[in-house]
Design a protein around this ligand. Structure first.
Ligand SMILES: C[S@@+](CC[C@H](N)C(=O)[O-])C[C@H]1O[C@@H](n2cnc3c(N)ncnc32)[C@H](O)[C@@H]1O
Length: 248
């Protein structure tokens, strides 16, 4: 709000010194024939002061849209709050996401993590973004088109089968999703066939009353489906990481 007021003051200041040689009304419309009384030198000095002030304002209050490509201040702040909370780069470091990998993301939703994964694996890699929610996948496709992203393919899954289109995934990753899966054991049995023998299944999720997630649950359903839990770690913001590998 303060910045808006300063900008308006600057506009008025510019108008009052007759920047275009003619004065302007409140709405910026030119009024012919009413030249101001300042000399050319005074006008130039004032103009330089106005420009200097504008530069200071722009450098201390950058336009959020230019930083993130978002449309509004709101989308910028919502996005950065989630980044601060989830720290996707840290999650990918922890999971071992590298350039050139083929990754299946299950329960990708509208693609929050997907686009970070896409940037990390680069043009030689590929992200297969799975969900059972058609609308979420539509939104994801829309963003891919808007941002001309070429290494994300969306995959409409079934409740118990992700339907990934390849059988050589280096990793399957999930963020805030596994707790939502209603038939965990059947899904785990089916996801195996899309993964390389030494591929990791990385689950990032919360452990609370809402998710019902726990080490015991993941170990139990994992074992029944032929996975072993090889790492179980508490991360930031209440997130836990479970890394599973194929046992058979
Ligand atoms: C809480 S959202 C998380 C979305 C996204 N990962 C994120 O962090 O923004 C959980 C997602 O899991 C999806 N989901 C639930 N059951 C699923 C299943 N069996 N297979 C694939 N996706 C599923 C939901 O449709 C939803 O998009």
């Amino acid at each position: 709000m303060k910045i808006k007021v300063i900008r308006i003051l600057l506009m008025l200041c510019a108008a009052s010194v007759g920047l275009s040689g003619v004065s302007q009304d409140w709405y910026g419309n030119e009024r012919n024939g009413s030249k101001t009384q300042v000399t050319r030198i005074e006008r130039q000095k004032l103009l330089e002061d106005v420009r200097q002030l504008a530069r200071i304002i722009e450098s201390t209050h950058p336009d959020p849209c230019s930083l993130r490509g978002g449309k509004t201040k709101k989308s910028f702040s919502v996005q950065s709050r989630r980044d601060q909370r989830d720290q996707p780069e840290k999650l990918m470091d922890f999971a071992g996401v590298k350039s050139g990998m083929l990754i299946g993301e299950a329960g990708a939703g509208r693609g929050y993590l997907t686009f970070f994964l896409s940037r990390r694996v680069g043009e030689k890699g590929m992200i297969y973004a799975n969900d059972i929610d058609k609308q979420a996948l539509k939104d994801l496709v829309h963003r891919c088109e808007k941002e001309a992203v070429k290494n994300i393919e969306v995959v409409l899954g079934k409740v118990a089968d992700p339907n990934f289109p390849v059988t050589n995934l280096d990793m399957v990753v999930m963020l805030y999703a596994f707790h939502d899966f209603t038939d965990k054991e059947a899904w785990l049995k089916n996801v195996k066939k899309y993964m390389k023998q030494d591929a990791s299944l990385v689950i990032f999720d919360r452990q609370d009353a809402h998710t019902g997630m726990s080490k015991e649950l993941v170990m139990r359903v994992g074992k029944r489906a032929g996975f072993k839990l090889v790492q179980y770690t508490s991360l930031h913001s209440g997130l836990w990481a479970y890394i599973l590998k194929k046992e058979w």
